[in-house]
Each structure stands twice: as C-alpha cells, then as structure tokens.
Ligand binder design. Sequence first.
Ligand SMILES: *[C@@H]1O[C@H](CO)[C@@H](O)[C@H](O)[C@H]1NC(C)=O
Length: 381
Amino acid sequence: MLGQSSVRVVLLAVAVGLYLIPSPIDPEPYIFEGPPPALDGPLAVNTRLQRGRRLFSGRLKGPESFTADQSGNIYTGTVDGKLWRINKESLTFITQMGQNVPECGTCMDYEPVCGRPHGLRLDRDGQLIVADSYQGLFKVDPWTGEKTLLHSSKEGADGIPFGFLNGLEISKNGTVFFTDSSSKWGRRHVRYEVLETNQLGRLLSYDPLTGDVRTLLDSLYMPNGFAFSPDEDFLLLAETSIGHIIKFWLKGPKAGSKETVLNNMIGYPDNIRLSDRGTFLVGITTVRFHGRLFPPFLDLIGPYPALKRFIVKLIPLSWYNVLLPKYGLVLELGPDGEVIDSLHDPTGSLTWAVSDVFQQGAHYYLGSTDLPFLPVLEEWS
Ligand SMILES: *[C@@H]1O[C@H](CO)[C@@H](O)[C@H](O)[C@H]1NC(C)=O
C-alpha cells in the first residue's frame, strides 16, 4: 500500500508534469460583449426545428454544406471525404476528395488523407466547385466524378498556405469567393482554433479565367460561411470563434470595407444562406445557453488564456462535445444582420450543431459537421 506521503508525491509529480508540458495552443483572451442575450422576442424558445425527419441514417455522416442543380438534385460532402448526390430518397456516391482508405470517417487523424469537402457550389457549366478543407479548391464533374485541383492549399495566397478551407460561394460573374478559417489549425483541430481565438482567417477570391487568388479580408476570427445579398452589393460573413456576423461591402461608396452587424450572438454561427424570402439563414453550431451544470463553457474560460492553455492539456479533443449542449438552433436575419426569427430544437430530437440551412422549395436541409444523418425540416412555420 502507498502511504499518504507517497500519494502526495505522485500527485505533485503529475501536477508539475502537466504544468511543464507545452500547451498546443497559444490563446488570446476573449470576452463577449455581454452575457448571452435573453431568449425572448425573436429568440423565444420554440420547437419549430423539430418538424422534420432524418434521412440516410448511418449512411451520410456530417453533410456540412449543400447545393442543388436545376433538376433538384442536391449535392453535399461528408466527414469521410466523399461527395454525394441526393435525389429524393436515393443517395449516389460521386467521388472521394482524397484517398479512399478504410479509415476514412472513423478517425479525425485521417481527414487530411481522405479529404474533407466543405463549401460546394455549381458553376455556370454545371461543374461542382468544392472547397476541400485540407487540400484546396477543386472542380468536380458531378456526373463522372472526375476531379481537377484548381488551387492547392499548399500554395495558398500571399505566401501563406491555407489551413482550413471552409465556406464557398460563386458570384454571378463566375468569381469564386471562399474562406480559409485559419492558417494555423486545420478542421480537425477546430476546438483549438475556437479556444485560441486568433485572427488568422481570410476571405479570398479565385478567378476561374486567370487562376488568380486574391485576399479580400485578412485578420479575421475564424471566418466561416457567408452569403451574398440578392444584388451582390454586400455579403454577410460569420466569424465563428467570436460569435460575430460582419457585412463586407462589394459595391457602392463603402465597397471594400467591413462592419460588424451582429455581436454577442446566442451561439457560434456556421454557414449563412440566402432564403427565397431574401432573408439570411444561419446555422448555429454551438449555443451559449446555460447547461444543467455549467454556465456556457466557453464564456466561462474565454477571458483566461492560462486556463485555456491548461485545459487543452487535460481534455482530449474528442471530449469537448460532452461539455456542449445538444440544442438545435437556426437564426433568420434581415439584411442588416438583425435577428428576425429563430427555430429551436431544445432536445435535439431532429438535430443539433447545425452547420447549414439550405432551402429547396418548402424543405430545408440542415447540415452538420459530424452527425450521422441528414435532417430535413419539412416547413418553415
Ligand atoms: C465579380 O463579382 C464580384 C461580386 O459581385 C465583384 O466583387 C467582383 O469585382 C466582380 N469581378 C469582376 C471582374 O467584375
């Protein structure tokens, strides 16, 4: 049996050991503009996000972003690095973005090998333009699966490689806009990226005629999804790690400038999509509500870099999900970023951790980064 003093020595050794291990992250303090907003008015709790069903359970894991063609086929990419076409209840494999090895989809460490498609849209020729989170921008023929690398992450822009390609939109003139959420942490380390709260993200454009890549905005906090206004006079962009929505002007006297239109959000925003009502739909990946045991975890530790540095030594990346509530939430914003409506699934009965809200007629396809099904909301009511 160990005596009390030897137990003390062992504990002390463990504590000193932990203290001495270098932390993987180099965090900045982050303090929200206030406590999370009250759940009233347009944010009042409801169960409207529960009125749908789950498709392809166990077959489609983490459909992050969606697009559709003229015939109503829907396209999406999953956590195992695969691209899919969906037609009503049928699912067709298009291609593997990286190498198709058995480990794809089973272990995050394989994502850089398998690929991880995030934002994807169809160009004017009906080809898919895909932001693979790790490898770069691709063009993929949606019918043959043939893929072409357009611009590699290694090459990046302005001498800085891309670390975490994420959102993608194509403007009416064919220019591809996309975000690199971080030049430091890849997708599988997104928790580090959020905890670190750095400003290493960029909004970029790719000209398909010349192949030129330009930086439109840099020093962003984990820029993620974005959407053009109907006239493309501005875009709204989510800065996920600090819960902001910014407006970036593309036309008019303010062209080239940005302003924060929404801060201290109720949760961490992911993709933003234009609805056919001209409003913006935002998927909330993690809410800032009080859990049963804790105040919102990230609010609590945000201001303390030393604590954040220490916590990541103790908690394996895969455990953070346990600390976060399973609460489905989607926001509807007006053109100035004002919240006009919200749909909730307080128990996660249809979904939670929403990455994308893609409208197709009366239906809304709800994305996620790792849930093993495709939730479809049957009406916005
Ligand atoms: C293409 O459209 C985008 C978005 O409206 C705009 O910012 C860009 O300047 C346009 N490019 C050209 C070459 O007209």
